[in-house]
Design a protein around this ligand. Structure first.
Ligand code: MN
Length: 258
C-alpha cells in the first residue's frame, strides 16, 4: 500500500466508515445517507475500519481510490494496459454512475416527482455494487510473491470450506462458469456468521442480502480480454498468483469480528 501509483489521487479524501455501505452496496442498496450515517474520524481509524473505507469528497460524492501499486505491478498475470483501462476508465465509470444515480434520486425526492424511477434505482444498484466490488478487487491484489496465506487465514478457510484447496476449487469453478459478465466473491454472511462463495452476474445479481465482500474476482471481459481473449480460465489461474493474502486475511478478520 506504500507504492505510489501513476494515477493522481483525489486532492482531498474523507475516509468514512464503510461497513454498512459495503454490505448494502453488494445488494445494490447503498445510499448516501446510509454511507454517511457512521463517519469515522481519521484520527480514530484502526486497521480494521480502514479496510471498509472508501474515499468520499466533502459533498458526499464517492471518489476513485488510487491504485495501491503501479499499473504494471501485476505483470505478467495482468498486463499494464488492462490495468490502466480497468481502473481509470471502467472503475471510474461505475463511480460516476453511482454519484449520478444518487444525485438524480435526491432531485426526485426534493421535487416530489419520480420520473423513470425504476431506471435510476437500477442504476443505483448496478453502479453501487460495481463501485463496491472494484474497491475490493483492486485492494485484493499485490505483486506476485509478496504475500502468502497466514496460518490463521488457512485455519478459517479450513473451518468454513474444508481446506484452502477446497475453497480455491469452489471459487475458481464459480468464476469460470459465470454466465456473461460477473464475479466470483468470497463474502461474509452476517446472519449466519459464515463465509460463502457467491457467483455474481453483472455486479448486483445472485447475491444474498447483507453479504460483505472479502475477496472479489472480476470476470467481466474488460478484466482480461486484451491479454487472454476467450481464455478466462487462464486468467483466473494466473490471478491466484497476485492475490493479496494479507488484505484477504485482514478483511476476513474484520468481517468475522463484525
Ligand atoms: Mn471490472
Amino acid at each position: 500500500m506504500d507504492t505510489t501509483p501513476d494515477s493522481t489521487p483525489p486532492a482531498t479524501l474523507n475516509r468514512r466508515a464503510f461497513v454498512g455501505a459495503a454490505g448494502l452496496a453488494g445488494l445494490g442498496l447503498m445510499g448516501a445517507s446510509r454511507a454517511q450515517a457512521a463517519p469515522a474520524p481519521s484520527s480514530s481509524s484502526t486497521a480494521a475500519s480502514t479496510l471498509f473505507t472508501v474515499p468520499m469528497n466533502s459533498d458526499g460524492e464517492y471518489e476513485l481510490p488510487p491504485l495501491p501499486y503501479a499499473y504494471d505491478a501485476l505483470e505478467p498475470s495482468i498486463d499494464e494496459e488492462t490495468m490502466r483501462l480497468h481502473h481509470d476508465i471502467h472503475f471510474n465509470g461505475y463511480k460516476n454512475g453511482l454519484n449520478k444515480a444518487l444525485a438524480k434520486l435526491k432531485d426526485f425526492r426534493s421535487g416530489g416527482d419520480y420520473p423513470e424511477i425504476a431506471y435510476w434505482e437500477n442504476q443505483l444498484a448496478f453502479n453501487g455494487a460495481g463501485y463496491n466490488l472494484h474497491v475490493v478487487f483492486f485492494e485484493n491484489m499485490a505483486p506476485a510473491g509478496t504475500t502468502s496465506p497466514a496460518s490463521s487465514l488457512k485455519k478459517t478457510l479450513d473451518e468454513h470450506f474444508g481446506g484452502m484447496d477446497a475453497f480455491k476449487g469452489q471459487f475458481s469453478a464459480a468464476a469460470k462458469t459465470v454466465q456473461g459478465s460477473g464475479w466470483a466473491i468470497l463474502g461474509y454472511q452476517p446472519f449466519g456468521g459464515k463465509l460463502v462463495v457467491l457467483q455474481a452476474e453483472k455486479h448486483q445479481n445472485l447475491t444474498q442480502w447483507g453479504v460483505v465482500p472479502i475477496l472479489a474476482l472480476d470476470v467481466w471481459e474488460h478484466a482480461y480480454y486484451l491479454k487472454y481473449q476467450n481464455r478466462r480460465g487462464d486468467y483466473i489461474d494466473n490471478w491466484w498468483k497476485v492475490v493479496n493474502w494479507d488484505n484477504v486475511a485482514q478483511r476476513t478478520e474484520a468481517a468475522l469480528k463484525g
